[in-house]
Design a protein around this ligand. Structure first.
Ligand code: SF4
Length: 203
């Protein structure tokens, strides 16, 4: 079970393969994926994630540990919180990559639960407006998903030192408008590169 994997010296944590979005550009739907087998036969509990971290090559000398995927880590805020608390005790820097839908999906504000242990959060903005977001990301949260994402960024701003909005360079996404939106909200901004081959889409 590939729970912790190294990429560019960072340690990435794969705690779920579930996601509430079905983005057209999702790496899970590419024919080659990330080049690391990340499909989980079952979801690990926090103790198993911590054990995988302790057993990872180079532990604990990483510039950053990233909750990432395949899948949306904040579908499991309890596991993220327990593992992030452990990592913080080891003096490691922690980032979460998220689709920003957690509060909408859980029906409560989960940010205060994990924020005390997290240094950075990268939130996938993915579009300059709600209609384009819905078309590209097909969120389970429906029409209100983009607004919920923006509200989630505000909760993160209050409690997490570094908040970055990201987009994928994909047809129909106005990168400049996304950049302006991130600027106007006072967040960092990054364009993510597409990974994987989209020649054999599973869905
Ligand atoms: S939010 Fe991420 S994991 Fe979820 S469908 Fe989109 S690209 Fe895939």
């Amino acid at each position: 079970m590939n729970i912790a994997y190294l990429l560019s010296e960072r340690l990435y944590l794969n705690i779920t393969n579930r996601c509430t979005n079905r983005c057209l550009f999702c790496i899970r739907d590419t024919s080659d994926g990330l080049g690391v087998e990340l499909w989980l036969p079952r979801e690990p509990d926090a103790a198993e994630v911590i054990e995988a971290i302790r057993s990872a090559p180079g532990y604990p000398n990483y510039p950053e540990v990233v909750f990432c995927g395949y899948g949306e880590p904040l579908l499991r805020p309890d596991v993220v919180t327990d593992v992030a608390r452990f990592l913080k005790e080891q003096g490691l820097k922690i980032r979460i990559n998220t689709n920003g839908q957690a509060n909408l999906i859980h029906g409560r504000n989960v940010v205060p639960e994990f924020a005390p242990y997290v240094d950075s959060i990268s939130i996938s903005l993915n579009a300059h407006d709600g209609p384009v977001y819905n078309e590209l990301c097909r969120p389970a949260g429906g029409e209100g998903a983009y607004q919920a994402l923006l509200e989630f960024t505000e909760e993160c701003r209050r409690l997490i030192p570094n908040v970055v909005l990201t987009v994928v360079n994909w047809p129909g996404v106005d990168l400049e408008q996304c950049r302006l939106k991130a600027d106007s909200l006072g967040f960092g901004f990054r364009v993510r590169s597409l990974t994987g081959k989209f020649d054999s889409l599973a869905r």
